[in-house]
Design a protein around this ligand. Structure first.
Ligand code: SF4
Length: 574
């Protein structure tokens, strides 16, 4: 049960000690200086041909456009969000995984019915370790997997009746507030109309039932599913309920977008926000309940964590309700402090600013001794990050706290702006795969539109170092000469490990064990393996300890990869 009211505020002495004027002069706009590459790091330019040498010429030309050597002063253009070359082993997931598995799945009290074969349902069932801490008496369906279990019969004769029956059955058993239906590949191929079934069942049952056309093959990756999920939530959920009166009292009301409570990250952020006196209206969608999303239109600021999966929601809420958004990063202690200061600067309230600074001071006092004891054991050890559409960027900051250089990084499903920053948005070519995803026609709501900041306010905030509605990509915060690879393939990853000998690779389950067989520890950042939380101040402490344990474990020197006996190509990280 959430007990945020029991979380202590900072002490009065800490609040009184804050010099608010000095805080207002802190620089929040400049990207963090990256940790320089180790002197012995190989020259990335000469490595590029090595990475690509096994490909036929046409594939080589395509993959070359996804590989760049970073220069934070002149950000190079990189190709992203295009189809993976068939035959290449990619880390990407499908559109349905992005819609159900990432964005909607963590909402605790919606019954999520997967319309498709049982395998698709299993694929998105609890695999991201989204956690929940629901109030007493509230519903929580996170542990369930609901599926229509489509078989040959439905593929031939259609599955709409079976879907309607599944919705009725779920309603009779659980009486949820809402039911969401997710389409998988076969549904799109045979043409079941999940939206018609949802409309029919909404009338029949009197609850919110809504469908998603998120067939796995749509788009080029899970990124398409994120967009479809944003559209569906915006159309069917946001704005359908009123904010409870007790939540209206606090003007510092925010939504946190793109935080999925993996390993308990959202719990830590709820704790920090409660300490700061910030009212968290809704998290999209970690540890979230349906009603929180339904009255999210009454927040006064949207904070975007994972930009790639949820920027559409922020943009649409700004247009319809007048809520501005600010990009934040709560991964890493220093990034958490900076993000909290962004909130303070946005609301521009001296009492809030003093309270936030007091929280930062108290929390950093707990972080610092641990960070300083671990840093000498890990500083300078090279790291690679191959994950997500924002995560590889966010985790650079955590490694920056420990002075560990990120020698190579990339995303699975990012778009160019996630690498280069929002300034390139106007120059991104929209191809047929992106056009396939519906763009909602959103206009200011005649009653609910209430611009929280005027154009002048936003310009003043920019002059004062707070960029509203803008974000830096990953590359401005990466070292000069670091390797950037979009949608990395397994062969490219293996060659990079052989060249850089990283002390640690952060990646996903598809490559984790290949990496570990090469004698390199791999931290999964999709679901944190069995660890977490890693967000916020306490999360940073957890991560520092875990990194220390992983990179300094002697066991990695003892591993001989299974292929070493035959090929003689054993690779050791140390
Ligand atoms: S690609 Fe299609 S069949 Fe595979 S999990 Fe995704 S929706 Fe299911």
């Amino acid at each position: 049960m959430k007990k945020l009211s029991e979380i202590p505020a900072p002490s009065a002495a800490s609040v009184a000690a804050v010099d608010v004027t000095a805080v207002s002069r802190l620089d929040l706009a400049t990207p963090r200086t990256p940790v320089s590459l180790p002197h012995q790091a190989p020259d990335a330019e000469t490595l590029v041909p090595e990475l690509l040498k096994s490909y036929p010429p046409q594939v080589l030309r395509k993959r070359r456009r996804h590989i760049r050597v970073n220069d934070p002063d002149t950000i190079p253009e990189i190709e992203a969000n295009v189809r993976t070359v068939p035959g290449i082993i990619t880390q990407r997931g499908c559109c349905y995984a992005g819609c159900k598995g990432v964005v909607l799945g963590p909402v605790t009290d919606i019954v999520h019915i997967v319309h498709g074969p049982v395998g698709c349902s299993y694929y998105a069932w609890m695999t991201r370790r989204n956690q929940a801490d629901v109030p007493e008496g509230a519903q929580n369906f996170l542990n369930y997997a609901f599926t229509t279990d489509m078989t040959e019969h439905e593929i031939i004769f259609g599955g709409e009746q079976k879907l309607a029956q599944a919705i009725r059955e779920a309603y009779d058993l659980f009486h949820p507030k809402a039911i969401a239906v997710f389409s998988t590949c076969p549904v799109g191929l045979i043409g079941d109309d999940v939206h018609a079934v949802a409309t029919q069942m909404r009338k029949e049952l009197g609850i919110n039932v809504f469908g998603f056309s998120c067939e796995g093959y749509k788009g080029v990756s899970q990124s398409a599913g994120h967009h479809i999920a944003n559209n569906g939530l915006f159309k069917h959920v946001v704005g359908t309920e009123e904010l409870p009166a007790e939540l209206r009292e606090n003007p510092f009301r925010v939504n946190l977008l793109g935080e999925y409570n993996i390993g308990g990250d959202a719990f830590e952020l709820e704790r920090v926000f409660a300490r700061c006196g910030i009212e968290l209206v809704a998290t999209f969608s970690g540890n979230a309940q349906y009603s929180e999303l339904a009255h999210a239109q009454d927040a006064n600021l949207n904070l975007i964590m994972c930009h790639r999966s949820i920027n559409y929601m922020a943009e649409m809420m700004e247009t319809k309700y007048g809520i501005p958004w600010v990009k934040v990063n709560f991964i890493g202690a220093e990034s958490t402090a900076k993000s909290l200061r962004k909130i303070a600067r946005y609301f521009d309230d001296p009492a809030l600013t003093a309270r936030i600074e007091a929280v930062i001071a108290e929390e950093m006092a707990a972080v610092e001794p641990i960070r300083s004891s671990i840093r000498p054991r890990v500083a300078g050890r090279p790291v690679m990050l191959w994950v997500g559409g924002s995560r590889a960027h966010h985790y650079q900051s955590l490694f920056g706290d420990l002075e560990m250089p990120v020698v190579a990084a990339g995303y699975e499903f990012a778009h160019r702006d996630d690498y280069e920053g929002s300034t390139v948005l106007g120059s991104i070519t929209i191809d047929a795969d992106s056009r396939n995803i519906e763009e909602l026609d959103v206009a200011p709501d005649p009653e609910a539109y209430r611009p929280r900041k005027s154009v002048t306010d936003v310009a003043e905030l920019a002059l004062n170092g707070l960029k509203v509605g803008e974000y830096e990509g990953m590359m401005p915060e990466m070292a000069k000469g670091a390797m950037v690879v979009d949608d990395i393939s397994h062969v490219e990853l293996e060659r990079l490990i052989e060249a850089y000998h990283p002390a640690l690779v952060c990646s996903g389950i598809k490559d984790k064990y290949v990496i570990e067989k090469m004698g390199v520890p791999c931290k999964q950042l999709h679901n944190y393996d069995y660890g977490g939380p890693y967000a916020g101040f306490r999360g940073a402490i957890n991560f520092y300890k875990e990194i220390d344990r992983m990179v300094n474990a002697k066991v990695w020197n003892l591993i001989a990869p299974p292929w070493a006996a035959t090929s003689g190509s054993a690779t050791s990280a140390h």
